[in-house]
Design a protein around this ligand. Sequence first.
Ligand code: PLP
Length: 363
Amino acid sequence: MVSKPSPSADVVRLAKPPVGEEELAEIREVLESGQLTMGPKVAEFESLLAALAGTSDAIAVSSGTAALHVAVLALGIGPGDEVLVPAYTFPATANVVALVGATPVLVDVDPLTMNMDAEDAARRVTPRTKAVLAVHLFGRPARLEELPEGLPVVEDAAGALGARRGDRPCGSLGSIACFSFHPRKIVTTGEGGAVTTSDAGLAEASRSLRHHGWSPSDGYVDMPAPAFNYRLSDVLCALGIPQLRRFDELYAAYDRIAAGYTERLAGIVTTPTTDPGDRHGWQAYVVQVDERDRVMEGLRAQGIQCQIGTYALHRLGAYRGQGSFPGADLAFERALALPLHTGLTELELDRVAEALDKLVSHH
Ligand SMILES: Cc1ncc(COP(=O)(O)O)c(C=O)c1O
């Protein structure tokens, strides 16, 4: 039998978490301690994260989706309430609102920034509106200060660890924020998430919600309402701790790769930006192109992994019938996520840029 050549030899990978020996050593410590959950690594992970997010509290949970679910419930949102959510986002943003019995009211996005359009948000406020769930999409800080006044803001900062609006970290800008540690994020625990807040009441509510509803959250005195087991184990927190410790270095590496793309791709495709003075979180490097599907297939045919940006919710069965969202349509049709990880070489960046240049100019 003739063995096939390795298919991975020449592939430019979309993502590749930069984890190794330091993480293994930290995990080994947990395994040797015998305390695999509710131990010291959770607290250490949380305090490193709170420092990066600029909040007094961080509450580790089992996914970014769990973090969103906890945040919405901590704010007391439920049946009869409406929450503004962007029409272009990962569906979990809206799903959690629907799953607590409230109505996710879709708001169009600015087709260039791909974040919530503040004017459209203002138009969709009703007396039932209880909060705005704003996304820093792909890590680009959203203009939260332009959103309708007087409503609590939940930040979906799933991909915005390290991002800053001016000098303020994403995760500290609203009432409560949600992070994800899925493998396509700069810091990953495989699966994982966290809520950050500087509001003591929301922090305690979040701790209780992730731990069955116990009150107080670290005691077993009463359970005023049922809740979940959304805890993140010490094993997974240990995986995240070294990454949080070397975050500045990790972020700088992503920022260098992003700058390398922007330098090569200016004038070829629409490259991602921030507002002046902001810092991008680089969860993904998402360009915009005409005929995105043809370009995506063309890159893949050359061994360059790539992916659509994210989803237009009004095109999904769960969220049809709320009208038209031209900004979200444009973003959905044009956004293309390029390979982004710290192992990318200058030669690979050249290869991606050259392939894109050919694909967008010759058709
Ligand atoms: C904007 C946004 N919100 C929420 C999530 C959900 O995070 P998780 O996959 O950790 O549940 C993601 C995940 O990719 C996301 O990109």
